[in-house]
Design a protein around this ligand. Sequence first.
Ligand SMILES: [Fe+2]
Length: 258
Amino acid sequence: MTEKKASQDIYVFSRYLTEVDQRYRLAGNQEIFNGNFRSYIKRLIAKLKVTSFRDLEKYRNPRCASNCLPGHSIRTALLAMSLGQELGLKEVEITEIGVGALLHDIGKLFLPREILDKPCKLSDQEFAVIKTHSEIGYQVLSGQKWLPQASIDIVHNHHERLDGSGYPRHLIGDEIHLYQRIVGVADVFDAMTSKRNYREALSYELAFQEIINESPQLLDGRIVFLLDDLIKRNKPTERESSERLKKRREICHYPCVE
Ligand SMILES: [Fe+2]
């Protein structure tokens, strides 16, 4: 996997997401996912299945330095699928996780840009709008027969937390399916290690520490420790880390959806 290929993946996924957004605005919920989009998702999942965890940073495209939707979604999928592999899940299960992770934030396409792109921390009211994205994503994907129900449920529940403090349904403990817990951990880890409009990216180690501090109440500890193991085995070299930081300072040219 080269940086150029990873960058092309982000670019193509970004184009497809933009198309989905436009089709939705023109035709509502009908036919928003055309055949090209569906087969692209299939191809991307097949590719991510054989992509190493070590390639994660290559999906942090220099032209997408912030936590843009396409790059974030691909990295979350790669992380979640790697965690699924570590857990010894079957190929079909890893596919369902990957598809759900790729689409987990799709509801954000339908939220006001001025809130999504706001260059500072959001107010409580604005954050309440952002929180609607998992329900919107679920509604948009429901009835899409080409998608496994388990993947659609990931989109719905990826912000649920073990202690019931998550959203939108405030599920508790075992009510949150394993797939959703996996994507929840991957999503949080990628968000923390990505630059935001209002803060710098955390290192892998700092992000892990923060997750550990919150883990007992919020995230599945077993999955968090598997992630730690993956990080330790695939730690980037110093050169890779400094290149990564340099790239993050560059400007985002994609539609930038956090
Ligand atoms: Fe989300």
